[in-house]
Design a protein around this ligand. Structure first.
Ligand SMILES: Cc1cc2nc3c(=O)[nH]c(=O)nc-3n(C[C@H](O)[C@H](O)[C@H](O)COP(=O)(O)OP(=O)(O)OC[C@H]3O[C@@H](n4cnc5c(N)ncnc54)[C@H](O)[C@@H]3O)c2cc1C
Length: 266
């Protein structure tokens, strides 16, 4: 680890001002991704600005048909929240699948979406539900926010404050986890929203994406059988020591079928 200074922010404004004045400073939320990155000497920030305890970034609220979750809300809180379980049970279920108890108790939704790991779970829910990322500067639709592997629309110094999820008619998530880390080898979020069916895929490609052929098929027939004739184009998918791209393409279809089967039963 390279040396750095630690700063505990007392307000969102203070954190923003600090970042503006120190361009090599980095935000610290749960530290579940950032601390291992620092340990491996893959980043060299001048300061870590701890926003994990900021009240302005916490809380779960259902208002005007939207579920709003503060950026510093830990995965475990989302998983066990009675508000989330009632309004959007698929999101509570997804949060409960992330990593292990330590990761779920420290890792935050804001840290996860800002990091945009291609195998993270939340990006599938954000894209599948057409959520909005509210930052210190603007509101960014999920479709514009995620920009490929570890890349987002966030500008330097911009802080994720809250995620707003429109409550769907129904939704479901199915994931094939990597046996060691729990990250998604393929995870598929299916939602029936006021604006139609959405299918978002994580883990399989270099970033979260919508599977539009599946959306069109499910619009006509919301059943696992509707996906039978479809194939996922393996060309653009990830290949590594854990799985070939063809295997991942098949996993996407299997996970999509499972999510739709859950949805049909919900
Ligand atoms: C063993 C292990 C298993 C895991 N398994 C899974 C899994 O199955 N599924 C999954 O989805 N994830 C998994 N994760 C990742 C986990 O969900 C992390 O919690 C998450 O990626 C980062 O959240 P964090 O709060 O710890 O962020 P940090 O590590 O503190 O920060 C991550 C990055 O986001 C930035 N950041 C943090 N908060 C904000 C904010 N509010 N605004 C702007 N930028 C911000 C930081 O500067 C940093 O660049 C796993 C992690 C580990 C260590």
């Amino acid at each position: 680890m390279y040396p750095f200074s630690y700063v505990k922010a007392t307000s969102l404004k203070e954190a923003g001002e600090f970042l503006a004045a120190h361009t090599d400073a980095k935000l610290l939320a749960g530290g579940m991704t950032l601390i291992p990155t620092l340990k491996a000497r893959l980043a060299q920030p001048s300061h870590l600005v701890d926003i994990g305890g900021l009240k302005e970034l916490r809380g779960i609220e259902l208002k005007d048909g939207e579920l709003r979750i503060g950026a510093a809300t830990q995965h475990h809180e989302v998983a066990v929240s009675s508000v989330v379980r009632q309004a959007l049970p698929a999101l509570a279920y997804l949060a409960g699948l992330i990593g292990d108890p330590q990761v779920r108790n420290l890792g935050t939704i804001g840290g996860s979406v800002a990091n945009n790991d291609p195998a993270a779970d939340y990006p599938a829910a954000l894209l599948g539900l057409a959520a909005t990322v509210l930052t210190t500067r603007r509101e960014i639709p999920a479709g514009d926010f995620f920009q490929g592997m570890f890349a987002t629309a966030l500008a330097p110094g911009e802080i994720v404050v809250r995620i707003a999820f429109p409550v769907p008619k129904r939704a479901a998530y199915a994931k094939f986890p990597h046996p060691a880390s729990g990250y998604a080898m393929a995870g598929v979020f299916v939602a029936e929203t006021a604006n139609g069916v959405r299918v978002a895929v994580t883990g399989a490609g270099p970033g979260v994406f919508r599977w539009q052929e599946a959306e069109a098929a499910l619009k006509k027939n919301m059943s696992p059988a509707a996906l039978d004739g479809l194939t996922v184009n393996a060309e653009d998918l990830n290949e590594d020591m854990h799985a070939t791209r063809e295997y991942r393409a098949n996993l996407v279809k299997v996970m999509a079928r499972r999510a739709v089967a859950q949805l049909a039963g919900s």
